[in-house]
Design a binder for this molecule. Structure first.
Ligand SMILES: [Zn+2]
Length: 60
């Protein structure tokens, strides 16, 4: 799950509601010129919310 600055609280709330564990929160690595959009709007994602399992899934 990716989120921009504006929607990070919403993303964390959704994660905790769905998984009931507190997620890891990482900054999106923009060094590869990736344009990853927020899951809630069209802005560029700044944060990646998830655990190691979902992180593996998103990287594939
Ligand atoms: Zn957003």
């Amino acid at each position: 799950m990716y989120s921009c600055e504006e929607h990070i609280d919403e993303a964390l709330d959704d994660w905790v509601y769905g998984v009931e564990t507190f997620p890891e929160l990482e900054l999106v690595d923009n060094s590869e010129n990736l344009w990853i959009t927020c899951g809630y709007c069209e802005n560029k994602a700044i944060y990646m919310v998830g655990n190691e399992c979902s992180d593996t899934k998103y990287r594939n």
